[in-house]
Design a protein around this ligand. Structure first.
Ligand code: AHG
Ligand code: MN
Ligand code: MN
Ligand code: MN
Length: 334
């Protein structure tokens, strides 16, 4: 059997290549690796213990929180807080950002983390893959002062790292620090992630389109036209339609096989559904690092200046040529 590098080894070897090589970012990725293992353990026994179903609460997005949303949120926040390696955390499941005031370190930590603790949580009850998405920035306010909203409202272009965990048929951690994208598979017997997918890249084009067509009548004309284009009998078309309803899973498949994911605006939701800071920015950064493309239909996701924590945006993400084609339809009929 081929010897795979472990995630731990990879982090140490690549520390020098990180933009800021103080070791802080390495520690942070290590903490995420640990929290991912804990959440993986919980997700995998979801059917056996009383953690399936709604928690009874609603989050700031107006969504019913699932018990696992709450659990994953707690695990990631606890792990990052206890290790005192970030100065702030923002989460899909929290109304406001959390400032981490470590007394002895006096706000010396450089990084903020933004997180979607459990993505695709409506799929848990039916045993479909769910995920975690994370995004890391260097704070913009001075070190030594408490973190502010400004530190979280940065364009995605400023990310220093981003990644996701997919709790699937096997559990994987996929991330980038701006030097390509690498995927690690968990060996659950020994609790170690191994480098299984080095240098992941979207094919330039593909044959899969992923969109919730149940909302078709409410879509902008450009999206309707693009969907019709995907279905036409011509050249390499019709394409295959695949939609899991877990962004992480849909993204992961499309990156490996080639495809496009679309969550457009509709006449019911002005900015679509997906959250710019917790979902679209990290996925867009990974996509660009993997030879793919991500836009809101008109401009790169990573160039958007966020104005609020829980902001939503339309999202077109995938193989370059497919995203460009969809953008062409949007330009004609926005
Ligand atoms: P979350 O579970 O973190 O709230 O995210 C759900 C998102 C995303 O994972 C998925 O692609 C999308 O919602 C599906 O939405 P629809 O059911 O409207 O298609
Ligand atoms: Mn949610
Ligand atoms: Mn999500
Ligand atoms: Mn979520």
């Amino acid at each position: 059997m081929r010897k795979h590098k472990t995630l731990g080894e990879f982090i140490i070897e690549n520390q020098a290549a990180f933009k800021y090589s103080s070791g802080e970012l390495s520690k942070l990725i290590n903490a995420i690796r640990l929290a991912a293992k804990v959440v993986n353990h919980e997700v995998n026994k979801a059917g056996l213990v009383d953690i399936i179903g709604a928690s009874g609460d609603t989050n700031i997005q107006g969504e019913d929180q699932q018990k696992l949303d709450v659990m994953a949120n707690e695990k990631f926040i606890q792990t990052l807080t206890n290790r005192e390696i970030v100065c702030g955390i923002a989460s899909e499941e929290e109304d406001d950002f959390i400032a981490i005031n470590s007394l002895d370190k006096k706000h010396q930590n450089k990084y903020v983390v933004l997180i979607d603790p459990l993505d695709g949580s409506s799929n848990i009850d039916v045993n479909v893959s769910v995920g975690t998405i994370f995004s890391i920035y260097r704070r913009v306010t001075p070190i030594g002062t408490p973190v502010t909203l400004e530190d979280f409202l940065q364009p995605g272009r400023n990310q220093v790292a981003a990644g996701y965990v997919i709790y699937g048929t096997s559990t994987m951690l996929v991330y980038t620090t701006g030097h390509g994208v690498n995927g690690f598979t968990l060996n659950p017997a020994i609790g170690t992630f191994y480098l299984s997918h080095p240098n992941m890249r979207y094919p330039d084009t593909g044959k899969i389109y992923s969109v919730n067509e149940g909302n078709y009548t409410h879509f902008p004309q450009g999206v309707k036209d693009y969907i019709k284009y995907c279905q036409e009998e011509e050249g390499d078309r019709p394409y295959t339609s695949r939609y899991i309803g877990s962004l992480v899973s849909d993204f992961h498949r499309n990156m490996i096989k080639g495809g496009i994911y679309i969550y457009p605006k509709s006449n019911k939701t002005e900015n679509g559904k997906l959250r710019l800071l917790y979902e679209c920015n990290p996925m867009a950064y990974i996509a660009e690092q993997a030879n793919g493309k991500a836009s809101d239909g008109f401009r790169p996701i990573l160039d958007i200046q966020p104005t609020e924590l829980h902001q939503r945006t339309p999202f077109f993400c995938g193989s370059k040529k497919m995203v460009e084609k969809a953008e062409g339809f949007m330009l004609k009929s926005p």
